[in-house]
Design a protein around this ligand. Structure first.
Ligand code: NAD
Ligand code: ZN
Length: 346
């Protein structure tokens, strides 16, 4: 077991790496804990929560809604949750997001513990205090930034995670390597490691470094003014592809990253060799690198981007592996450049 305290501007989180999945019970939780748990996780690991109040959720993107949150508040009232209760979110990013939002708003904030059980949630969603629900077709548009008091990461949970979900999480792991460290990028660019990761054997030291990258970026910019925006690499285009093509978040981000790289290369900001290296790494983890959507359909939705201010959009460009930066770009220039790179020849 290892444990460290992360100090944020807004408080502290104890980050614990510990094997809890083979315990008999999560007996370290206080009696007044209520565990919001993904029903698929419950089906496999119910022995862990048998002595606690649980609230099962069916983790689909549609439950990230204000209606579901209201249902959770009702259950909180029925179960006697009060200001001193500990809300535990146990599951993937969806469960962590709704548990985080419910906990941040009920009684204007209750105690929160997160137990991420997907790779995406361990590497990304559970770290950094953001939570959110969707509203009127806008993803994560309502939410708060509030740090949990504890995050417990046990990579053993990944052994039961379906392969599709491993791929999904790997997209964010690869993103974190591209935005920060070439050395880490080279480390995961290894077929033997990919084979193990697909079996659910994820090196804990690697996950620690990936988590560290995210915590350092968030610590430097908890409320997203500048550095935290690098985490959006691949997401501006990725979110549009996710919405229109109906594919998983990680797959869309993989395509979004590849498109941002090709755009960066077209604008002379990075080399084609860098594009090729990322392309090959994404393929190693069975991630898609292009969309079948027409680029005109994608650019028509840039107007609705959350990071838009006036006629500019905040876009993350790449200089090299480990060297990315974001800058505002006029939407019409971005659209023109995207059309130049991706318009299909007829
Ligand atoms: P998810 O929560 O839907 O989980 C994926 C699937 O894996 C689900 O079917 C779930 O039941 C199953 N599952 C979870 N753990 C399992 C385990 N150990 N064994 C077997 N099955 C298991 O998806 P996700 O990819 O973890 O999260 C996606 C969500 O995270 C999105 O809503 C996204 O917006 C959000 N997100 C939030 C942040 C943030 O900073 N708050 C960052 C990135 C993503
Ligand atoms: Zn993401």
């Amino acid at each position: 077991m290892s444990s460290e305290i992360i100090k944020w501007t807004s408080g502290e989180t104890r980050l614990v790496f510990e094997n809890i999945s083979d315990k008999k019970d999560l007996n370290f939780l206080p009696d007044n804990a209520i565990i919001i748990i993904d029903q698929n996780v419950y089906a496999i690991y119910q022995h862990l929560v048998k002595n606690h109040k649980v609230l099962l959720v069916n983790a689909t993107e549609s439950i990230k809604s204000l209606e579901s949150i209201q249902n959770i508040y009702r259950k909180f009232l029925e179960s006697g949750v009060d200001k001193s209760s500990v809300i535990v979110g146990m599951g993937g990013g969806i469960t962590c997001d709704i548990a985080g939002f419910a906990s941040a708003t009920f009684y204007r904030g209750t105690r929160l513990v997160l137990v991420p059980t997907t790779l995406l949630a361990m590497a990304d969603a559970a770290i950094g205090g953001k939570n959110g629900v969707n509203f009127e077709n806008h993803k994560n548009i309502i939410g708060t930034i509030r740090q949990p008091e504890k995050i417990i990461i046990d990579t053993e949970f990944l052994r039961t995670l379906p392969e599709d979900e491993i791929r999904n999480g790997m997209a964010e792991v690869i993103k974190q390597c591209i935005i920060s460290e070439e050395e880490l990028f080279n480390k995961i660019d290894n077929p033997g490691m990919a084979e193990n990761i697909f079996k659910g054997i994820f090196p804990e030291d690697l996950l620690k470094r990936v988590v560290h990258i995210k915590t350092e970026i968030v610590k430097a910019d908890e409320f997203e003014n500048s550095r935290r925006r690098a985490l959006n690499f691949g997401h501006t285009l990725g979110h549009i592809i996710e919405l229109k093509q109906g594919i998983k978040h990680g797959e869309s981000v993989a395509i979004g990253m590849m498109m941002s790289l090709k755009l960066s290369a077209h604008m002379g900001k990075c080399s084609h060799d860098t594009c090729l290296r990322v392309n090959n790494l994404l393929r190693l983890y069975n991630l898609p690198v292009e969309t079948f959507l027409d680029i005109s359909e994608i650019v028509s939705l840039l107007e609705f981007d959350k990071k838009k201010t006036g006629n500019n959009i905040q876009f993350v460009f790449v200089n090299d592996i480990g060297k990315v930066y974001d800058e505002p770009i006029a939407i019409d220039i971005l659209i023109k450049s995207l059309l130049e790179v991706f318009a299909r020849q007829v």
